[in-house]
Design a protein around this ligand. Structure first.
Ligand code: IPE
Ligand code: IPE
Ligand code: MG
Length: 247
């Protein structure tokens, strides 16, 4: 069956990849197996997004609050991210994928930071889809770091308080240069943002779908894009037909 690809594909899709633990639980497997299966879903999602012509795909891989999980699970998640970069970086580079990492880089363990930097540097000149990995990311932490940076500039006399505009904030947060997400999608049925892209998501369409992340396939992704395409975005204005009446 030919795939239906809607006309207005979002420029930037951000995904809260949730439900790995429940996927494993439902099968009597340890949570780590859910995370492993989740990596396969990541590979498929990047490929589907690139095929659809989506220009930016942000994936929430590890939140600044996920450190509160048991040590073994945290270690496992770190290991999976490292393995993903080691194993997939060459392929992603060949596919012209540009990688960006958002989140706090201070105090990361061992060899994870050099790997993240290698992924960004290797792919920095690529012109295909930008894969934004949100790692050790929390929106409140991101905004607090940005505010500290701006306050430092003001204190040093390099910036006036009036210079702190929405544009300046955009240029100071981790996503500098990356357009706002058009669609924020969360799997697993939970309907919350869990500290993801709170500033950037001001006008994002939100979509919560029941599928658990390891079950997220190309078809699931296409169905989500189709739902997005049927939404009307108004950005505080009026819908097109209403606008026509008074004009
Ligand atoms: C998402 O799956 C992966 C991460 C948060 C890193 P979860 O591990 O949150 O799975 P559930 O929500 O417990 O099912
Ligand atoms: C959000 O999922 C974080 C990631 C997907 C990385 P969580 O599973 O951590 O969120 P809560 O705890 O259910 O809100
Ligand atoms: Mg979860």
């Amino acid at each position: 069956m030919p795939e239906f690809i809607p006309a207005n594909v979002p420029n930037h899709v951000a995904i809260i990849m949730d439900g790995n633990g429940r996927w494993a639980n439902a099968r009597g497997l340890p949570r780590t197996m859910g995370h492993r299966k989740g990596v396969e879903a990541v590979r498929a999602a990047v490929k589907t997004a690139a095929d659809l012509g989506i220009r930016y795909l942000t994936l929430f891989a590890f939140s600044s609050e996920n450190w509160s999980r048991p040590e073994a699970e945290v270690t496992d998640l770190m290991g999976l991210l490292k393995a993903f970069i080691r194993r997939d970086l060459a392929d992603l580079h060949r596919e012209n994928v540009r990688i960006r990492v958002i989140g706090d880089r201070a105090n990361l363990r061992g060899d994870i930071l050099p790997l993240l930097i290698e992924a960004e540097e290797t792919t920095s000149a690529n012109t295909g889809i930008t894969l934004v990995i949100a790692f050790n990311y929390g929106a409140r932490d991101e905004l607090a770091r940005a505010m500290r940076r701006l306050a430092t500039e003001v204190a040093a006399g390099r910036l006036r308080p009036d210079d702190i505009t929405a544009e300046r904030i955009n240029a100071t947060i981790d996503t500098a240069g990356i357009p706002d997400p058009d669609l924020i999608l969360r799997t697993s049925g939970e309907e919350r943002l869990s500290n993801f892209l709170l500033w950037q998501g001001a006008y994002s369409e939100l979509l919560f779908i029941p599928e658990l992340w390891p079950d997220f396939t190309r078809e699931t992704f296409l169905a989500a894009i189709e739902k997005y395409a049927s939404r009307e975005r108004r950005f505080g204005g009026l819908s097109q037909p209403t606008l026509a009446v008074g004009s």
